[in-house]
Ligand binder design. Structure first.
Ligand code: SAM
Length: 267
């Protein structure tokens, strides 16, 4: 990892980027001043943001463990982000060493770092792709090399769908996933909501819009609708820390919670 000068890799470093901002929220080092400046503005509006990012990662770990226990051995993590602590393959392969994992992100930095992280792991790979063309991701040769779509799979879209406004029709991405995966497959979603703090949500929406990264906070009902044909498993769509809580969640102050998470099943 040390050998690649990522900062000199021709990236649009003068514009804030959601993958690198999220890395900053999580305490990572792969971010530029423009990312940090906008992230700090968002944190000033909503000081719980860094905690929310960690809460979201904790949901990822719980969901992957749950899915392993349900017998899932194939995972597709779309909008996977820059590698951080507790990536999907680490959690899944700890429970099920034969688990296969494919990461996907639109951000080239995330893809490059992910590829480096996976060197020497024949059961995990990363593809560069755009969830707006999710059928191309699912048809990708490298994905098909690891994943048998004739067998159940878990698709994770965590912290991703709120980057699509209604005109992008994110529900159609999910519908295409539903139509492609085998019965017995699962879909996990976590999504920002401003149900608890609507005014802060509005200020953050404006901030992101101005920076060219539109964001759309959705209500509980709107997020539940995104699951389409997938049937929510217990406990349904709940505030992120409340989804099958375990010891790694800790006690979350109410004001910090700003999103919902759920896992759906394709019967
Ligand atoms: N899924 C990770 C998690 O929940 O911890 C990372 C979430 S991060 C907030 C959102 C990620 O989605 C970023 O890495 C970003 O590059 C990626 N992303 C944004 N638009 C995308 C698109 N159209 N297709 C695929 N990935 C996208």
């Amino acid at each position: 990892m040390e050998t690649w000068d990522w900062a000199a890799d021709g990236l649009a470093e003068d514009k804030p980027n959601v993958a690198r901002m999220y890395d900053y929220f999580l305490g990572g080092e792969h971010n530029f001043p423009a990312d940090r400046e906008m992230a700090d503005k968002a944190i000033a509006i909503y000081p719980g943001l860094t905690e929310v990012a960690k809460i979201n990662r904790a949901f990822l770990r719980r969901a992957v463990r749950y899915l392993c226990v349900k017998g899932i051995r194939q995972f597709i993590d779309i909008g996977s982000g820059l590698p951080t602590l507790g990536n999907v393959h680490e959690v899944a392969q700890e429970v099920a060493p034969d688990a296969k994992v494919v990461y996907c992100d639109i951000d080239q930095t995330a893809v490059t770092y992910c590829r480096m992280m996976l060197i020497g792991n024949p059961d995990a790979t990363v593809v560069h792709g755009d969830v707006r063309h999710v059928e191309q991701i699912l048809a990708h040769r490298d994905l098909r090399h690891l994943i048998d779509l004739g067998q159940p799979v878990a698709v994770l879209v965590l912290g991703l769908l709120h980057f699509f406004v209604d005109d992008d029709h994110p529900e159609t991405f999910i519908a295409r996933i539903f139509d492609t995966v085998a019965p017995g497959s699962y879909l996990a979603i976590s999504h920002a909501s401003s149900d608890l703090r609507p005014e802060d949500g509005e200020r953050i929406t404006k901030l992101y819009e101005r920076s060219g990264n539109p964001i759309r906070f959705r209500t509980h009902a709107e997020i539940a609708k995104l699951f389409g044909g997938f049937t929510l498993v217990e406990p349904g769509l709940v505030e992120i820390p409340d989804w099958r809580p375990s010891a790694d969640v800790g006690v979350i102050p109410e004001a910090v919670v700003s999103g919902y998470a759920g896992v759906g099943h394709r019967p």
